[in-house]
Design a binder for this molecule. Structure first.
Ligand SMILES: C[S@@+](CC[C@H](N)C(=O)[O-])C[C@H]1O[C@@H](n2cnc3c(N)ncnc32)[C@H](O)[C@@H]1O
Length: 240
């Protein structure tokens, strides 16, 4: 299905940064100011949208906010119904000539739900503008004063939800590592970091830039704690 672009609004994928209200780009703020409808993504478990709370101060007073639930998925093909329904809801707004924004935490093209909806809308011929945002791992590096990569360092970014063997292989090759989505198998991740000699340099940051931000330097000691979904570990191999 294609849309007549002349009659439709623009779809904006807006990266709002990881939480710090000052870490939105000027471009993101300008887009938030002009949209008529904001899609606020949330997962099944949570009733609030962190991305919406970051975006809120910049929205027009009469903006329409539509909450859309997105499942945390492993296999996109298994969850097509809910994504199709969300896509249709967005298309309806665009067909009415409205500009629709989709607020996304951090950067939209980096491990984001936005990517699924972006692909679906692109295949319908929608006019799309994606606006880069500050990804969480870069905000975290700055916040804790930890250079992420320099010289010939190989920086590896690992979603901790990946297969454990794949995580082990990636850790073995890395000089500097970002571990995303560590909430799910945190104890296993801690064990792997011990084995590959990267536990002592590990720093875990939860909810970076938000009011309840947490920075943990003795990561191994917290192995059995339940982590917030917004938790990331930075670590590196000690070459000394
Ligand atoms: C679905 S990914 C989204 C990544 C996001 N698009 C970005 O650019 O950072 C969710 C993961 O990002 C990381 N994350 C996002 N915001 C964070 C924050 N404020 N503090 C710590 N980690 C965060 C966590 O690892 C979380 O599990």
């Amino acid at each position: 299905m294609t849309l007549n672009k002349k009659l439709t609004g623009t779809f904006y994928g807006i990266g709002v940064g990881p939480g710090d209200p000052e870490l939105l780009t000027v471009k993101a703020i300008n887009a938030l100011k002009k949209i008529d409808v904001l899609i606020a993504p949330k997962t099944e478990k949570k009733s609030d949208s962190v991305a919406l709370s970051i975006a809120q101060p910049y929205l027009k007073s009469d903006v329409e906010i539509i909450y859309q639930t997105f499942p945390m998925i492993k296999d996109f093909a298994e969850e097509t119904e809910i994504f199709e329904a969300n896509k249709e809801e967005i298309l309806n707004e665009l067909r009415g000539g409205k500009n629709v924004g989709f607020a996304t935490l951090g950067d939209p093209m980096f491990y984001s739900t936005y990517i699924y909806i972006f692909r679906l809308l692109k295949s319908c011929g929608v006019k799309i503008e994606t606006i880069a945002g500050v990804p969480a791992f870069l905000a975290i590096a700055a916040q804790i004063g930890r250079p992420l990569a320099f010289g010939n360092d190989i920086l590896t970014i690992i979603p901790a939800t990946a297969d454990l063997d794949a995580i082990k292989n990636a850790l073995d090759r890395a000089d500097s590592t970002v571990l995303m989505k560590v909430y799910k198998n945190f104890p296993e991740v801690v064990d792997e970091l011990k084995v590959c000699g990267m536990i002592d340099e590990a720093i875990l940051v939860s909810r970076c830039g938000l009011d309840d931000e947490k920075i943990i330097t003795d990561v191994a000691a917290h192995k059995n704690e339940t982590l917030n979904y917004l938790s990331t570990i930075l670590t590196r191999r000690n070459h000394d």
